[in-house]
Design a protein around this ligand. Structure first.
Ligand SMILES: [Mg+2]
Length: 157
């Protein structure tokens, strides 16, 4: 099994902890969602981080603030949203024997791309996109949760 995680509003409360104007300072003080570190360190699957970077270097500051770098077998930082789909395709090829899950907060990004590729998707409905309504079937996640810790309920045990 392999889980591909988004970062912002998936592993920590980006909407609540990072303001655009002070994003570089804020990124140094962010904290993971309750249970996220336990999950990353002990859930028996491979994990990959796939995040879009709006400012060069900012995602790396966040990853180190959260202390999560070592939990991932790979970390991909994209410049554009659509690149996430290209990376997911590459992951699908390279880990073809794995049961691949995508966990994220954006139904118009990682959830849609994951569904388009036939992967399993979990929407963490929190942060500024939590009320976004699916515009079509491919934006509907297989599972929707409202807190990170609910991942345990939807993933295979
Ligand atoms: Mg996100």
């Amino acid at each position: 099994m392999l889980i591909v995680f988004d970062l912002d509003d998936t592993l920590y409360d980006c909407s609540g902890q990072v303001k655009f104007e002070t994003r570089w300072q804020d990124a140094r003080c962010i904290t993971p969602f309750p249970g996220a570190i336990d999950f990353l360190s002990s859930y028996p699957s491979k994990k990959i981080l796939l995040s879009r970077e709006t400012d060069t270097g900012l995602q790396n500051v966040k990853i180190d603030s959260l202390g999560i770098r070592d939990y991932f077998v790979e970390i991909y930082l994209c410049q554009r949203g659509e690149e996430k789909k290209t990376v997911l395709e590459k992951i699908q090829r390279e880990y073809s024997s794995e049961d691949i899950w995508v966990v994220g907060d954006r139904i118009d990004s990682e959830i849609q791309y994951g569904n388009e590729l036939g992967l399993k998707t979990v929407r963490l409905s929190c942060g500024k996109y939590k009320d976004m309504m699916p515009q079509h079937k491919l934006q509907e996640a297989h599972h929707t949760i409202t807190e990170f810790l609910q991942l345990y309920k939807v993933l295979p045990t």
